[in-house]
Design a protein around this ligand. Structure first.
Ligand code: ADP
Ligand code: MG
Length: 247
């Protein structure tokens, strides 16, 4: 079936043994959109990202640009134009910041376009400039501060050349100032590369500010979907999740 959507998640269910992490989840993301995924801990948000990135669902399918990519290998997912960041970042600690990004670049879609490590390192420095981390390019990843490590995680994802970027709690643990800086970096990346974003985010102010559409997961099911205003008014969402913040 043809569709104008960049990403379509269709009826995805994912069981881990006895745990039903996702139940019949549908979701679509249009090109250029910023879509938010919210929900309490254990709701299935990160599992949704994993299924989009090639973990086989128990049932259902993932379409990217109309092509079924369900269960594809990580390198195929990456080369078709999807990248994700993880809640817990795992850079190569004994590599420099620059070479962490260069290796992501070589793994990704730009990898075939360059002829060697020197060029990959130049590309890496370009991405590091975008995330305001170029001044740390020569440092070991293990020497980065927490907020810098989050930006390295972002740079590694961006370096693979994604059209769709999945961010799993990219703001978690950041101070208000650092989160603000992250928002500016994301705005810059969207402007420069036209990247579409699907974001899991706990800070409601951030979600409300940057997302055109929000999907609410609860116990693995979609509880609500709509504009930030619609979701904030949704009675069950307010009761189940937003609490006083949504009022
Ligand atoms: P969220 O990101 O919304 O906090 P998760 O997607 O991480 O939620 O988890 C959803 C549910 O699936 C939880 O009950 C979690 O314990 C379970 N789960 C996630 N990953 C696995 C796994 N690899 N094996 C077993 N259970 C898992
Ligand atoms: Mg999670």
């Amino acid at each position: 079936m043809m569709s104008g959507q960049l990403l379509e998640v269709r009826g995805v269910t994912k069981n881990f043994g006895g745990v039903q992490a996702l139940t019949g989840v549908d979701l679509s993301v249009g090109r250029g959109e910023v879509v938010g995924v919210i929900g309490p801990n254990g709701a299935g948000k990160s599992t949704l990202f994993s299924v989009i990135c090639g973990i086989k669902p128990t049932s259902g399918s993932i379409l990217f640009k109309g092509v079924d990519i369900t269960g594809n290998a990580a390198c195929d997912i990456c080369h078709c134009g999807i990248a994700r960041t993880f809640q817990l970042t795992k850079p190569f600690l004994q590599l420099s910041v620059r070479d962490n990004v260069a290796s992501a670049f070589l793994f990704g879609r730009g990898g075939q376009k360059v002829s060697g490590l020197r060029e990959a390192r130049e590309e890496a420095m370009g991405v590091l400039r975008e995330v305001k981390l170029d001044h740390r390019g020569g440092a070991l990843a293990s020497d980065l501060l927490f907020a810098e490590r989050r930006r390295l995680e972002l740079a590694r994802a961006v370096a693979t050349g994604p059209e769709l970027l999945l961010l799993d709690e990219a703001m978690a643990g950041l101070s208000t100032g650092e989160a603000q800086e992250m928002l500016e970096i994301l705005a810059g990346l969207r402007q420069k590369y036209g990247i579409t974003l699907l974001v899991i985010e706990h800070i409601m102010k951030v979600v409300m500010a940057i997302c055109q559409k929000i999907v609410v997961l609860n116990y693995g099911s979609k509880l609500a979907e709509g504009t930030p205003e619609e979701v904030a008014r949704h009675k069950e969402v307010v009761a189940a999740y937003l609490g006083d913040e949504g009022a």
